[in-house]
Design a protein around this ligand. Sequence first.
Ligand SMILES: Cc1cc2nc3c(=O)[nH]c(=O)nc-3n(C[C@H](O)[C@H](O)[C@H](O)COP(=O)(O)OP(=O)(O)OC[C@H]3O[C@@H](n4cnc5c(N)ncnc54)[C@H](O)[C@@H]3O)c2cc1C
Ligand code: FES
Length: 248
Amino acid sequence: MKELICKVIKNQKVGPYTYLMELEFLNTEAIKPGHFLMIRAWNGLDPLSRRAFAVADKRKDSVSIYYDVVGKGTALMSKLREGESIRVLGPLGKRLFPMDGQKHLLLGGGIGLSGLSLLAKELRDLGKEVFVCYGARNSEGLSMKEWLKESGLSFRIFTDDGSEGERGSVLDALKDFDKDWIVHACGPMGMLRALQRMLEGRKVYLSLEAPMACGWGVCLGCVVRSKNGEFLRVCYDGPVFDAEEVVL
Ligand SMILES: Cc1cc2nc3c(=O)[nH]c(=O)nc-3n(C[C@H](O)[C@H](O)[C@H](O)COP(=O)(O)OP(=O)(O)OC[C@H]3O[C@@H](n4cnc5c(N)ncnc54)[C@H](O)[C@@H]3O)c2cc1C
Ligand code: FES
């Protein structure tokens, strides 16, 4: 896979520790909901590996990602200025969100909503019914709230401490949607594990995050186990899996 050199169009702070980056990207037609990019925003070998980010949105010749600053790689990304260039691999991921069915419930935990935002937009453009539940620990963590409000989508907001929206987790909303709704979720591992215990015959798809070094299936750094004992590479066999399929 060829590494692309992409110019930074925007790198804007949108929350206490979250940034929205827009990158020049030619030929975005190939990008589908669930795809991710591996980004190297620094010269040299520290950090050694590229970092993975979901494509949160795309236009004709640019893509956007939302990222939380959690360590060295994302701290370096946050320093990039408009007009600088970075190295990008992608779009990556083989198994993406299924878009058949009419009713889609999207559950985003924290920055995990950025893994669902392109899906929301494309489902809506196909005339499907879309409902988004967005949750975080507290109101400070709701860094995609403006995007959600401006999207025109139907939504509910949850915070663990009740500082904004409903007190509780996005999983609390599940009881209000019947089993005709196809569920797509992206968020912290604890949230996805809890969701797996609530399936009760629902169709649920999980977009997983795992530590990744290569992003295209060769290093085996990102494996999870399937229920029948196989090893699955999140980058190459996923990143979207049927919730019935994987052991988290
Ligand atoms: C397919 C995929 C899509 C992703 N999409 C996004 C996104 O859209 N926005 C976003 O903010 N983040 C996303 N992530 C997570 C992002 O890749 C990590 O936050 C990033 O690699 C951290 O790099 P760092 O050098 O700043 O931190 P590091 O120094 O590498 O790590 C700092 C902390 O973050 C944890 N961490 C590192 N990598 C991951 C990971 N892959 N998953 C969970 N925790 C991790 C480490 O355990 C450590 O506690 C995604 C990950 C994957 C695999
Ligand atoms: S990140 Fe290398 S195999 Fe998945």
